[in-house]
Design a protein around this ligand. Structure first.
Ligand SMILES: [Zn+2]
Length: 420
């Protein structure tokens, strides 16, 4: 068994390399792990199969191919750990496979909020497609295609807190809801093999508990879900992105839960002391115990993004500065500043000087070139070129996949605007 099991990869590898391991592997009897951009798990009973997370729409055919290399049994359940595009959208391939084989269509199992999520996705599909490109830096619309071509298959078996699935033949599965990356998240517990399929509660890095384009995520409840997982003492914990935890499962669950609790507690403490967003976002850093943990590296999300989601959870949008209640536009402010300085030369020269400095200096340089860009007059092209360069430098220094991609995509937009 130990041969078939590996500890998770760490580093950006955890997010990308594992997807290249095209074959599924049996980590425990009847538990098959298939790495993908979002991982898939097959749980095989004597009468049927549960597919947990069929992955991206485009992953569906590979998921079916890998499943059929293992068994000819019908798929009884397709279980969504949550309704994200990289987890719950490979379903059409599984339904087509069932039709071709003359099997009954599988039940789709998910939390009651999955259908509401799908409705929201369809309602805001233009926005989601656009921000998908940003988040994954799949510039030129390929990422948005995942959204535009999506087929929505909501759960046929919905539940609120938990449900037991027992029609697989000698294999029972418990599905438990918890808030975390989403409000429709669940984790699956297979008691016989002591396996947890954790979805994106487990991402082989610092939890992605806040991301710039997405709706509210739940830092404190994320910790509670991880604590509930630890309480069942799993032998295997399968991640949504990354690998499978074995010996280090308990340690990973424990340190991650404690870090998430720490972030929530620290932000709330500061809010209650009367601090505003700017100070909190700039000052909160993980204590060394968490910052240095191999389980908590900021490879996908980052601490600042999680802090922002805690702020959003407990505060309104007022940022402590009454000038911002009914603010002027950025263009109006920039035009005033450029007019007072008597042109854009001083701004661009100072930006160039700062551009040779560290990330903080480069960040300041971005704000200076923004005055020139928002002014939309003299020096616009020079400012856009500098902004693209600065964004690329900032991106190169960012470990977080999302932060890196946002900056890199923004640089591409500036270059595109330049070439038009
Ligand atoms: Zn995911």
């Amino acid at each position: 068994m130990s041969e078939a099991t590996s500890e998770p990869l760490h580093g950006a590898q955890a997010l990308t390399t594992s997807a290249k391991q095209r074959k599924s592997r049996e980590i425990a009897p009847g538990v098959h792990f298939l790495a993908g951009f979002g991982n898939t798990t097959f749980l095989v009973g004597s009468e049927g199969v549960a597919v947990v997370d069929p992955g991206l729409l485009t992953s569906g055919p590979r998921v079916v191919r890998e499943l059929r290399a293992i068994t000819d049994l019908p798929v009884r359940y397709v279980i969504y750990t949550h309704g994200h595009y990289d987890h719950a959208f490979g379903t059409p391939s599984i339904l087509a496979d069932a039709r071709e084989r003359g099997h009954a269509a599988p039940d789709i199992v998910g939390h009651v909020n999955v259908a509401k999520r799908f409705e929201r996705y369809q309602k805001t599909s233009g926005h989601i497609a656009k921000t998908f490109d940003f988040q994954f830096s799949i510039w030129k619309g390929d990422g948005g295609d995942v959204v535009r071509h999506a087929e929505y298959h909501p759960p046929t078996i919905e539940f609120t807190d938990s449900i037991t699935l027992d029609e697989l033949g000698g294999l029972e599965l418990e599905c438990h809801h918890g808030l975390g990356e989403t409000d429709d998240h669940i984790w699956v517990w297979a008691p016989e093999s002591r396996t947890i399929v954790g979805g994106d509660f487990i991402v082989s890095s610092l939890p992605n508990a806040g991301t710039p384009f997405r709706v509210q995520r739940y830092v404190l409840e994320w910790a509670q879900a991880l604590e509930a997982m630890a309480a069942v003492e799993p032998q295997f914990v399968i991640s949504g992105h990354g690998g499978v935890y074995t010996e280090k499962a308990a340690e990973m669950l424990d340190v991650t839960a404690r870090a998430m609790r720490w972030i929530d507690t620290e932000v709330v403490r500061r809010i209650n002391e009367g601090q505003w967003q700017e100070q909190i976002i700039n000052e909160v850093e993980l204590p060394p115990e968490f910052d240095e943990s191999e389980h908590l590296q900021p490879l996908y999300g980052c601490v600042q993004f999680a802090v922002r989601d805690v702020l959003r959870r407990y505060m309104g949008w007022y940022d402590g500065n009454p000038s911002m209640v009914f603010p002027s536009t950025r263009a109006q402010i920039a035009t005033e500043v450029v007019g007072l300085i008597g042109g854009v030369d001083a701004l661009l020269a100072r930006a160039d000087a700062l551009a040779t400095g560290d990330a903080a200096d480069q960040q300041l340089a971005l704000h200076l070139v923004d005055f020139v860009i928002f002014n939309q007059g003299e020096g616009l092209a020079e400012a856009r070129r500098r902004k693209a360069d600065l964004l690329e430098s900032r991106a190169a220094g960012e470990r977080s996949f999302v932060a890196h991609n946002v900056l890199r995509s923004a640089a591409a937009i500036e270059r595109e605007a330049l070439s038009d």
